[in-house]
Write a protein that binds this ligand. Structure first.
Ligand SMILES: [Zn+2]
Ligand SMILES: [Zn+2]
Length: 119
């Protein structure tokens, strides 16, 4: 591959914005990636900032899902434990708690799986 601006020179990398080959002279390092020097530096800077911002947002989403998963998981465990404990005295009514606990555990797993997608 050769530099887009200097066809006789070998390229050292691609501009993150226009994907053109760049030689050592034309390459500018912006936010840890390459861009056309004095041509696409601003565009690449904007692109990379946007990308890192959405990464940050994904991490925040994941944190919310993890928190929900932990909350539902704990609540579900408590409900199931309570239901099992009350089974002797309440009989069938205790199954309502166990079912609720099961539903909460299901919600916990769903949140956990959803949170993993943002990793
Ligand atoms: Zn470029
Ligand atoms: Zn060049």
């Amino acid at each position: 591959m050769h530099c887009f601006y200097h066809p006789e020179k070998p390229a050292v990398g691609l501009c993150r914005f226009c994907q053109r080959g760049l030689c050592i002279e034309c390459a500018a390092v912006v936010e840890d990636v390459l861009s056309c020097k004095a041509r696409h530096e601003d565009q690449v800077r904007g692109q990379e900032r946007l990308a890192s911002r959405s990464l940050l947002q994904a991490a925040r989403f994941a944190a919310v899902y993890w928190r929900n998963a932990i909350f539902y998981g704990l609540a579900g465990t408590v409900f199931i434990a309570f239901g099992l404990w009350q089974l002797k005295w309440l009989g069938l009514q205790a199954f309502v708690f166990i079912m609720l606990g099961g539903f909460l555990l299901y919600a916990a797993i769903a949140n956990y799986l959803e949170g993993r997608r943002y990793r």
